[in-house]
Design a protein around this ligand. Structure first.
Ligand code: SAM
Length: 227
């Protein structure tokens, strides 16, 4: 079975999807969905040879070579027009890398795809890319598993740009409305981290006052908006 993190990503893949899972590693996500009969077709994209071979092996072990194709490719270059992909998942990487993959590979998108993204950190980079490329966030999830807190962002293409506030970009438009205990725990942790950084800076011989003020402002924002 899948981790709670990947299961949450899987929950947003429509039944009968033509899926591209980018950075698939062992292809656990498409394999799980294909075994459940939920996919019409899938691409498991990997840029590194080892993980690509893991994906190939897993797909053939599960007897799913007719449904899932592993491709050694950088980011969205794994997608070919004839695949007629309608759903893209990118999970388990930093938000900056996810945004870079989307930006560098956007020629491979037909702008009809649902995007299901699971950044480990730097979620604001992902939301900023979505806003700049006419995607609307339709759902968000946050969950804790094995001591980590994960966010899942689901977006569909729209004709009109949806503009988010700075707070929505940082904390998530849906997560902000919901303000779950897990969201509070995440930002409590971040506030404590900032506090440590501030303390260390204040002890320095030439304390960097502007940086300290910036970190204090970040802490205060978290306090006001979330806690
Ligand atoms: N998606 C799986 C998950 O969430 O459990 C695997 C996550 S794993 C930590 C990240 C994978 O992304 C690695 O296997 C890495 O090789 C791959 N990756 C990183 N950059 C990539 C890129 N530009 N294109 C395709 N795959 C990439």
């Amino acid at each position: 079975h899948l981790s709670a993190r990947l299961q949450t990503v899987a929950d947003f893949v429509p039944t009968g999807a033509r899926l591209a899972d980018i950075g698939s590693d062992h292809a656990y996500l498409p394999v799980h969905l294909a075994k459940a009969g939920q996919l019409t077709h899938a691409i498991a994209g990997e840029v590194v040879k080892g993980p690509f071979e893991n994906a190939e092996q897993e797909i053939s072990l599960e007897g799913l070579t007719a449904v899932i194709t592993a491709r050694l490719a950088d980011g969205l270059a794994a997608i070919k027009p004839e695949d007629q992909i309608d759903t893209v998942t990118i999970a388990g990487m930093g938000g900056t890398l996810i945004a870079t993959i989307l930006e560098q590979g956007k020629v491979h998108l037909n702008h009809h795809e649902r995007l299901i993204l699971q950044p480990n950190v730097g979620e604001d980079n992902v939301r900023r890319w979505l806003q700049a490329n006419q995607y609307q966030i339709i759902a968000e999830r946050i969950l804790a598993e094995d001591g980590h807190i994960y966010e899942i962002i689901v977006a569909d293409p729209v004709a009109q740009t949806v503009v988010y506030t700075d707070n929505e970009l940082k904390f998530g438009p849906f997560l902000l409305t919901e303000k779950s205990p897990v969201l509070k725990a995440k930002w409590q942790r971040e506030s404590q981290r900032l506090g440590q950084v501030i303390k260390t800076m204040q002890q320095a011989k030439h304390a960097p006052q502007t940086k300290i003020a910036d970190f204090q402002a970040q802490q205060q924002l978290i306090q006001e908006v979330i806690l």
